[in-house]
Design a protein around this ligand. Structure first.
Ligand code: SAM
Ligand code: DTB
Ligand code: SF4
Length: 331
């Protein structure tokens, strides 16, 4: 097989398939975004195939273990107490109910079980309970992931001792656009939490949201920031904004779907070894759009009828889509 190289112009920015770099400049990432679509997808697929079987998709299931009533003001989020979205605040679930949901997820084919809490940061007492959940979910033979907001270094170490495999904490957007979306915590707060998680030896799941009214430059800045982390996140969720009535971003202009696909492809090329997750927003995507995202290098999805509070495609629709495309769940 002939692999096109930087010399013949097919691979921009000196990128050869197989190279993992942490020194991505914005100009290099911008050059990816502005490639003709066929060249971008070709490059993304070549990189994808160098590291993964392109017919395999990692399957995770999400559960909201603590819903609503969050003090933060993230403009996209239906769980913020600042917006009237019809989401009612609930207490942290009990451990047995969480384990029952994890057993059902495993029986349905999930490999990883992700537990999300609408907190700014966990209280130590709550963290003890979450650690018990992590131990129980691991004992079922599932990989574990939690997303609980900001952590201290000590809390990250506590989660590691409980056996946590992944911590999800998103940068959400570029450093420049961030202040338009969230005012109650800083970009640096997020980078600090990510460093504590990494230092504790937990795998990092970190990505962002597209379709919030950000510019192309912001999407470029987000990918460049993620790809410049000292170690790439092992999982990179790319969420399409789910517009929820009552949030400030309800009514945000609709993004050109190809700009979403370009963001997925740029994530794949810039972070070749990472799982790129086609995350929120699939419920409103046509099957053709999801297929394009898989061709652009997405190789992970959330599986099951609900994300945290909003709908996700039903499991049978996803099974059919995977069958029609010849995709298999990753072991
Ligand atoms: N409270 C914790 C935090 O913010 O880190 C954990 C849960 S929070 C819901 C996890 C992530 O979900 C957010 O960082 C955001 O990227 C994503 N998210 C939330 N609402 C969304 C929406 N309406 N559309 C797309 N993604 C969303
Ligand atoms: C991520 O990046 N996306 C997931 C997960 N991490 C926790 C959450 C999506 C939430 C979508 C809105 C909702 O269902 O409340
Ligand atoms: Fe709270 Fe997380 Fe929603 Fe922000 S994204 S309002 S921190 S639950």
């Amino acid at each position: 097989m002939t692999i096109e190289t930087a010399e013949n112009g097919r691979f921009s920015g000196g990128m050869l398939p197989g190279a993992v770099r942490h020194d991505w400049t914005r100009a290099e990432v911008a050059a990816l975004f502005t490639l003709p679509f066929p060249d971008l997808l070709y490059q993304a697929q070549t990189v994808h195939r160098a590291f993964f079987d392109p017919c395999e998709v990692q399957v995770s299931t999400l559960l909201s273990i603590k819903t609503g009533g969050c003090p933060e003001d993230c403009a996209y989020c239906p769980q913020s107490a600042k917006y009237d979205t019809g989401v009612t605040a609930e207490k942290l679930m009990n451990v047995d109910a969480v384990l029952e949901a994890a057993r059902a997820a495993k029986a349905a084919g999930a490999r990883r079980f992700c537990m999300g809490a609408a907190w700014r940061e966990p209280k130590d007492r709550d963290l003890d309970k979450v650690c018990t959940m992590i131990e129980g979910v691991r004992a079922l033979g599932l990989e574990t992931c939690v997303t609980l907001g900001m952590l201290t270094r000590v809390q990250a170490q506590r989660l590691k001792r409980a056996g946590l495999d992944y911590y999800n904490h998103n940068l959400d957007t570029s450093p420049e656009f961030y202040g338009n979306i969230i005012t109650t915590r800083t970009y640096q707060d997020r980078l600090d939490t990510l460093a504590y998680v990494r230092d504790a030896g937990i795998h990092v799941c970190c990505g962002g949201i597209v379709g919030m009214g950000e510019s192309a430059e912001d999407r470029i800045g987000m990918i460049a920031t993620l790809a410049s982390l000292p170690v790439h996140p092992e999982s990179v969720p790319i969420n399409m904004l789910v517009q929820v009535a009552g949030t400030p971003l309800a009514g945000a202009g609709v993004l050109d779907p190809f700009d979403f696909v370009r963001t997925v492809a740029a994530a794949r090329i810039a972070m070749p070894r990472s799982l790129v997750r086609l995350s929120a927003g699939r419920e409103d995507m046509r099957d053709e759009m999801q297929a394009l995202c898989f061709l652009a290098g997405a190789n992970s999805i959330f599986y099951g009828p609900k994300l945290l509070t909003t709908p996700n495609p039903a499991a049978d629709r996803d099974r059919q889509l995977m069958d029609r495309l010849g995709l298999r769940p990753m072991e």
